[in-house]
Design a protein around this ligand. Sequence first.
Ligand SMILES: [Fe+2]
Length: 172
Amino acid sequence: MRSLSTFFKKEEKSVLHQVDALNHSLTLLRYEGKLSRAQNVKIATREISLLTKTLKEHRSLQEKVIFPFLLRHIPKKEPVIGFLRSDHRMIREYKIKLKALLVKISKNANAVIEAGKIQETGIYLVSLLRHHIEMEKENIEKTIRAELDKDEKKDFERQINRWLKQHNNGKR
Ligand SMILES: [Fe+2]
């Protein structure tokens, strides 16, 4: 069974790794020019699909298991959880926006306007995600360490591991 701290470290690492990969692909798209554009659009599209998969699991586990558990045991965390939930919605919105722009630019060789919008949306999405992960580290991990007792931590671990097993065959 995975411990809580291992779980959170792995989760954080996997999201940030995907975010860095997306960021890199957007940098290539920006600086490598028109000749490599089709190839770079393809890479960015692949990166955003991988990120989407990771974030879907991240969001579902947090919203179905982690947030309700914290709200039950530490009700004073309600405002911050509300904020993290709205962050999830905003991240999703920007991800969809970026995907649509990548589809648009792939169909238009002279898409100067889309190229600018892709950079703008991409930079916003990347910083939103980095900030989100940082906030969760501060507000979820630290709270768990400080405010849950041994039995509550064990119970929390069990619930997270059960969810992971049901949804990913324990692969994560
Ligand atoms: Fe989150």
